[in-house]
Design a protein around this ligand. Structure first.
Ligand SMILES: Nc1ncnc2c1ncn2[C@@H]1O[C@H](COP(=O)(O)OP(=O)(O)OP(=O)(O)O)[C@@H](O)[C@H]1O
Ligand SMILES: [Mg+2]
Length: 236
């Protein structure tokens, strides 16, 4: 479970000035949820995603991940902890163009035995629907497939939570749907998914939509969208 309690984030820009990107954010995300985070550019969505992924820590408030206070950990412990709990894909991530798909997926596991790392990469590729594409080079893939390779990389350790900052930001409508169908499927299989987007259609695949404005949560709605319902409202 993800729990933010009164989380704020200020970035230091000069010696004297800071920019406040999040203010007093309270947010609980239960296991198995699929949540979209929306907001105008600059509203703090990436800042929130960075904190959720433990890449960054709050300046104020607490982040409890499965009951553990992430802000109180050493950087080293936090990195290790994150590795077991969270897979993430961020805007700045890209594929290495001169190695094949499998090697791109293996990237987070470079210090693991080759045989283990290969096997895990193959499983991760299968999980995102790219079975048989392990030998392809990135340039041979469609855009949506390339995005899926990044998702496979994030899933290589089989984390219970997947975070993605603007998964469909650079994609056309069909590719976007393909990625969101994959997210829906990964979520059906029990994974918690949190992603940010500027697109209402992309947000519609989530069963809960959180809207930020100037660093504050201004709405948090569940089960309104016809495409998805929260787990407890779904037919079994
Ligand atoms: N490293 C940083 N140093 C200083 N200011 C930052 C830093 N990162 C973000 N900010 C500022 O914090 C605010 C929130 O930024 P953030 O990147 O979270 O917005 P965003 O909602 O993700 O925007 P977009 O939709 O354009 O990606 C903005 O005012 C931004 O300029
Ligand atoms: Mg952003």
């Amino acid at each position: 479970m993800i729990e933010l309690q009164g989380v704020s984030k200020a970035y230091r820009t000069t010696e004297r000035a800071t920019v406040a990107a999040l203010h007093d954010v309270d947010l609980t995300i239960a296991d198995g949820e699929m949540v979209a985070v929306m907001g105008p550019s600059g509203s703090g969505t990436s800042t929130l995603m960075n904190i959720l992924s433990c890449l960054d820590v709050p300046s104020g408030g607490r982040y409890l991940l499965d009951g553990t206070d992430v802000g109180r950990m050493s950087k080293r412990r936090r990195t290790k902890f994150r590795g077991t709990k969270i897979g993430f894909v961020f805007q700045s991530f890209s594929l290495i163009s001169d190695v094949n798909v499998r090697r791109n997926v293996e990237l987070p596991m470079l210090y693991t035995r080759k045989r283990v790392r290969r096997a895990r990469a193959m499983v991760a590729l299968e999980r995102v629907g790219l079975f048989g594409h392990h030998d392809d080079m990135p340039i041979e893939l469609f855009e949506a497939q390339r995005q899926k390779v990044l998702i496979a990389r994030a899933l290589i350790n089989d984390p219970p939570v997947l975070l993605d900052d603007e998964p469909t930001g650079d994609l056309d409508a069909d590719s976007s749907r393909e990625i969101m169908e994959l997210f829906a499927q990964l979520n059906e299989n029990g994974r918690t998914i949190v992603y940010s987007t500027h697109s209402e259609e992309t947000a519609g695949y989530a069963h809960r939509v959180i809207r930020l404005h100037e660093g504050r949560i201004i709405s948090d709605e569940s089960g309104k969208h016809p495409l998805r319902k929260p787990p407890h409202l779904r037919a079994v």
